[in-house]
Structure formats: structure tokens, C-alpha cells
Design a protein around this ligand. Structure first.
Ligand code: ATP
Ligand code: MG
Ligand code: FE
Length: 336
């Protein structure tokens, strides 16, 4: 079974063809980072325009890479939400047009379900499992007892991990997106600055990063007023340690409580070297829990993950129709 996935929820125009939900046949990602950099963040109107310009080229390139035609496909899948409404609409309309033109079933996918299923392109799932989703807009612990079954057991009460990274990076005058820059600096500095960790109430799987972000800003501000310079490398290292410690500890606790056989790491922040290493160290000690971490290209936004989850929906007979729309605030709920 061959499914074409389309992803345009934010600033990546992406398409991919995935075989049986597990094997990438072709994958193309056109990033718009260069266009948004000078604004220090994604500008929705610019994102939509780029998607319009890129979508046809990205689709053509994907089929060419796969050496396939639309007639060889079994379904067209697309991100329905969450994301930027104007950006999502480009993908949704492209998918509808292709489904109509080639008489193929249409499948709507939740972007975060996609991020989780990026892991299935690496390894087959074993249930029950816990997925840690850390991206630009989400920080969630998700419990899954079977395919397509998502139970959010914890989420951020304020900023997402990626958002905190990007905001702290901006404070340190690093370019957008700041996550990779902080990651790089963190490895050159020492975590010598005392920053808070938001554990929240006992047993809570929720997260909070706005206090940490404010602490970074205040520490830098107070130091500047007193004429003290703080090495950005040390600040990056201290910030990263605070974020990673909480993410790893809560994931370990969730995996114990829910007797997980597998733990999946997903979302753009899963590309973070500090987080990847800390997760590996923590789960090496946990016998019987299999940790899966996708390659960097599958952590950030891509369409292979969308096609991967669409395969599960195809299997279960869950299809969309031509009334499909963009849903900017779509919640992650169980499909089954
Ligand atoms: P969402 O998936 O929640 O809708 P999004 O699609 O915009 O949001 P992703 O593309 O999944 O987010 O991830 C982008 C985020 O990942 C950005 O905030 C970026 O800074 C962060 N990121 C990427 N690489 C790293 C890294 N090495 N370390 C930390 N953060 C990183
Ligand atoms: Mg992005
Ligand atoms: Fe994403």
C-alpha cells in the first residue's frame, strides 16, 4: 500500500510517499526558514504564499524521486490541523484536488499524531507505549494502548518546549529558529547558572516553561544592570539542562506508571542532542523499556510522518471527504 502524505501546517512544504506505513519511498521538504528569519519567527501570510508557490514542485519532485505516477497510489493524506489556517488550507486543497482527479481516498491527519508516527518509520510500535512530544507548539506526554489511540496524560500549561527555546534564543540574540543554536552553544558551555525546574504538583505529568524563560530573561537583565557579563554558552547550557531534566524525569515516571513497553521521542525539539543523550542514558537503565528516537529529518516537520499515520487510518477505514477543512486548533483525540 502506497500513501502520499502532504504537510503544510507551518513553514515547511512537504510531501512523501510511504509504503505500508513503515517505509519511506520518497520524501521532499521545502523549508521556508530563510524567508522568516529576518522577522524572527514565522509570518503566517508569507508562509501561505510560499506554500502556494512550492506545493506543485514539491509534489512533482516526490513522485519523480519515487519513480511513480499518481495512479500507483492508494490514498492521499494531509495534515488537517493544528497549525496556521492559511498554511493548512494549501495542503488540504491540494490533497482534495488530487483525490478528486485520481479518484483516490482522502485521509485527514492530526499533525501531532504524525509527529508520534515518525517513530514507526524507525521501528514497529509495541504497546502500551508513552510518547513524549516536544515541538514548536506542543509539549505533551501521550499514552497509547493501540494504534490510533491517543490519551494525553500531560501537557504544557504555558509555553511549549520549542517555543521556550526560540524565545530564550531571541534573548541571547541568536537567529530564528533558536533551538539548534542553543543546543550547539549548550555543548560549549557549563550549566553553572541556577535556574528553576517546574515539577508542578506531585505526580503531575504537566509541564511549564514560562517561569524558566522569565528566569533566563531576569538573570540576564540583572547581570547587565550590574555590569556583569554572562557567557551565552553557560546560559544556553543551564537553560538546556533545566528543560531536559524535567522532560526526561517526567517521561521516566510516566513510562513506569503506565508500564510502557516502548517510549517514543517526537517533535522538532527531539532533534536536541542534549535531550537525545539524556533520554538514552535514562532508559538504558530501564530494562524492558525500548526507547525509540527518530533521525533528525523525521523529528522536524515532514510529510512521511503524515503518510505513516494515514496508513493506520486507511487500515481502519477512516477516511475524509471533500468537505475536509483546515482546523487550526484541532485537539489530539483517539481516532478509534
Ligand atoms: P507543532 O508541531 O507543535 O505544530 P512546529 O511544527 O512548528 O510545531 P516542529 O517543526 O515540530 O514545530 O519543531 C520546531 C521547533 O523545534 C522549533 O521551536 C525549533 O527551535 C525546535 N528545534 C529544532 N531543533 C532543535 C534542537 N536541536 N534543540 C532544541 N530545539 C530544536
Ligand atoms: Mg517548522
Ligand atoms: Fe510540527
Amino acid at each position: 500500500r502506497l500513501i502520499l502524505g502532504i504537510e503544510t501546517s507551518c513553514d515547511e512544504t512537504a510531501a512523501a510517499i510511504v509504503k505500508n506505513g513503515k517505509e519511506i519511498v520518497a520524501q521532499v521538504v521545502a523549508s521556508q526558514i530563510e524567508s522568516h528569519k529576518r522577522f524572527g519567527g514565522v509570518v503566517p501570510e508569507i508562509a501561505s504564499r510560499h506554500h502556494v508557490e512550492q506545493i506543485t514542485l514539491v509534489l512533482e519532485e516526490t513522485l519523480k524521486q519515487a519513480n511513480l505516477s499518481y495512479h500507483d497510489l492508494n490514498a492521499i493524506a494531509v495534515t488537517e490541523g493544528p497549525g496556521l489556517v492559511g498554511a493548512l488550507l494549501i495542503g488540504v486543497n491540494a490533497a482534495k484536488a488530487l483525490a478528486f482527479a485520481y479518484d483516490l481516498p482522502l485521509i485527514g491527519v492530526h499533525h501531532i499524531a504524525g509527529h508520534i508516527y515518525a517513530n514507526r518509520l524507525v521501528k514497529e510500535f509495541s504497546f502500551p507505549l508513552i510518547a513524549l512530544v516536544v515541538s514548536g507548539g506542543h509539549t505533551e506526554l501521550v499514552y497509547m494502548k493501540e494504534h490510533g489511540c491517543f490519551e494525553v496524560i500531560g501537557e504544557t500549561l504555558d509555553d511549549a518546549a520549542g517555543e521556550a527555546y526560540d524565545k530564550v534564543a531571541r534573548t541571547l540574540n541568536l537567529p530564528y529558529p533558536g533551538g539548534p543554536h542553543i543546543d550547539r552553544l549548550a555543548h560549549e558551555g557549563t550549566a553553572s547558572i541556577d535556574l528553576p525546574r517546574a515539577w508542578l504538583e506531585e505526580g503531575s505529568f504537566h509541564f511549564s516553561f514560562s517561569g524558566l524563560k522569565s528566569a533566563v530573561i531576569n538573570t540576564l537583565h540583572n547581570a547587565a544592570q550590574r555590569g556583569i557579563t554572562i557567557d551565552p554558552k553557560d546560559m544556553a547550557a543551564s537553560f538546556q539542562q533545566s528543560v531536559v531534566e524535567v522532560l526526561v524525569e517526567k517521561t521516566v515516571r510516566a513510562s513506569e506508571k503506565y508500564q510502557a513497553k516502548q517510549v517514543l521521542l517526537s517533535g522538532g525539539v527531539a532533534a536536541n542532542k542534549g535531550l537525545r543523550t539524556a533520554m538514552e542514558v535514562a532508559f538504558k537503565k530501564k530494562k524492558g523499556i525500548d526507547l525509540v528516537i527518530p533521525p533528525l529529518s523525521l523529528c522536524t516537520d515532514n510529510a512521511a510522518m503524515i503518510a505513516a499515520f494515514a496508513d493506520v487510518l486507511y487500515e481502519k477505514g477512516i477516511f475524509g471527504d471533500y468537505r475536509m477543512n483546515a482546523h487550526p486548533g484541532l485537539e489530539l483525540t483517539s481516532y478509534i
